[in-house]
Design a protein around this ligand. Structure first.
Ligand code: GLN
Length: 488
């Protein structure tokens, strides 16, 4: 059986029923990777031996009559900024090229506890800074729907891996859109949970007040299953909420949007948007009325400031978070070091790529005395206004519907030399991070053979609700469960 074609729920059921062994599932996944990876470049590395050993151990438990967890035997890909004890976590950066994590992230512990099998770790924009994976220090991932195009980023490797059938599930991290934008570009479901819903313990920090870990899957139900496996309070993360996800999958299965009010923000249909993308998203939104929902026009008046605020807050936090890569504590250490200051600066000069350096400089500037009030403090104040926009909108509606990205996947190289154009590709996803809200991107159409995503945003901790809305829509569109054709 070609088990790599199955979704996570189907595969776990097939394993439980004895139709597919865990070893066969892992071997199928690894064979698929071996065949496609030279073209796709979605991965930093595979962990085949480890995966097969683990699969055998799971099969032995099945043979003893034990039942496996909810992800029993399901292959999973991890973004390379997640710690997993004994394994490299490079963040696709030279500075961490050979860094082995001394401990395991809570999300990884939870998926292993649910008996998933990690098969590979994915390529990403260096330290999750980017929207295309072109900022990886090692390679650029291709979009499996059209190999000349970008898969999105920064979790582009995870997205491409799931879309190409390497594994039915992958983890990404989303600071300003890094799960939802690549999910949209690769025809997948991708979710940024409410800030605090999923533990960040063991995620290499980019911007701590914005980062969240979340799932990629080829269907909403699979994303829900994965999300409920990793979510819920973790005492190891001080920003983790006292909250449990409950039966998200059950809510998704019985999803019903009748009587719900859906806000359509007028600021999210902008001039620079590609017309066919706008038409596709508007048509998808109209489906919610057919499903018995009510559409209301809303306004999120501070949307225009979101990208600017993000590039102050995120860069400020990253300049602080990345200060620890000093050639002493972690990873790369320059051989040309002179004194201690020389060691630190030469290590950073050699270890960080241009985008990471740009962000550290921007952030250090925004935090420096004299500019702190003018930039950082002001950005925090406007961030509060962005959140207030949503609070007010949610007095008029239960969910917000909008595009995930203004364009179809762009060509590789097209925006690489223009950071501002690249930054603008996250214009519809960033506000959600600033406000801490849950957002999911669900495939809503194909335009010229390329996927287009629609975003559903909800109130704090209504993560199950946004997934349920996405599921209700998914049933009306024939877009779930597809494996990308590797065209081009
Ligand atoms: N593309 C945005 C950036 O470059 C968002 C990245 C992310 O969510 N990690 O910062």
């Amino acid at each position: 059986m070609d088990s790599w074609k199955l979704g996570a729920l189907e595969l776990a059921a097939a394993v439980a029923a004895g139709k597919v062994s865990c070893r066969a599932a892992a071997a199928d996944s690894l064979a698929r990777i071996e065949a496609l990876e030279p073209k796709l470049k979605a991965l930093m590395r595979t962990c085949g031996e480890d995966a097969l050993r683990r699969a055998d151990a799971l099969d032995a438990r099945l043979a003893r009559g034990e039942k496996l967890g909810a992800l029993g035997g399901v292959p999973v890909v991890l973004k390379d900024n997640l710690c997993w004890e004994g394994h490299v976590a490079s963040c696709s950066s030279k500075i961490l090229e050979n860094y082995r994590a001394p401990y395991t992230a809570t999300v990884v512990e939870r998926l292993l506890a649910a008996d998933a099998v990690v098969v590979a770790q994915s390529n990403m924009d260096e330290f999750a800074m980017g929207s295309s994976t072109e900022n990886s220090a090692f390679q650029t991932t291709r979009n499996p729907w059209d190999l000349a195009r970008a898969p999105g980023g920064s979790s582009g490797g995870s997205a491409a891996a799931v879309a190409a059938g390497y594994a039915p599930l992958a983890l990404g991290s989303d600071t300003g859109g890094s799960i939802r934008q690549p999910a949209g570009f690769c025809g997948l479901v991708g979710m940024k949970p409410t800030y605090g819903a999923v533990s960040r313990y063991g995620l290499v920090a980019f911007s701590s007040s914005l980062d969240q870990i979340g799932p990629f899957a080829r269907s909403v139900a699979d994303a829900a299953l994965f999300f409920q496996t990793i979510a819920g309070h973790d005492p190891k993360d001080s920003t983790s909420a006292q909250w449990q996800p409950g039966d998200v999958l059950g809510k998704v299965r019985t999803a019903d949007v009748r009587g719900k009010r859906f806000g359509v923000p007028k600021e999210y249909f902008i001039d620079g948007m590609e017309k066919p993308v706008e038409a596709a998203v508007r048509a998808a939104i109209a489906k919610f009325r057919e499903l018995g929902g009510q559409l209301v026009e809303i306004s999120l008046p501070h949307t225009g400031y979101a990208v600017a605020i993000y590039y102050i807050v995120a860069t400020a936090e990253c300049s602080s978070n990345l200060a620890r890569f000093d050639g002493v504590h972690y990873g790369h250490r320059s051989k040309e070091a002179g004194d201690l200051v020389g060691l630190c600066s030469q290590t950073r000069r050699e270890g960080f790529g241009p985008e990471v350096k740009r962000r550290i400089m921007l952030g250090t500037y925004a935090l420096s005395s004299g500019y702190y009030d003018a930039y950082y403090l002001k950005a925090l104040k406007v961030r509060a206004l962005v959140k207030r926009d949503f609070d007010r909108a949610f007095e008029q509606c239960d969910y917000v519907l909008c595009p995930t990205s203004p364009t179809v996947p762009f060509k590789i190289g097209e925006r690489a030399d223009d950071p501002l154009a690249m930054y603008l590709s996250d214009i519809f996803t960033i506000s959600t991070n600033l406000a801490g809200l849950p957002g999911v991107s669900v495939p809503c159409a194909m335009v010229d053979g390329l996927p287009v995503g629609m975003q559903v945003i909800g109130r704090d901790f209504d993560d199950a609700g946004v997934l349920a809305c996405a599921a209700a829509f998914e049933r009306t569109a024939d877009l779930a469960g597809r494996i990308a054709p590797m065209k081009g």
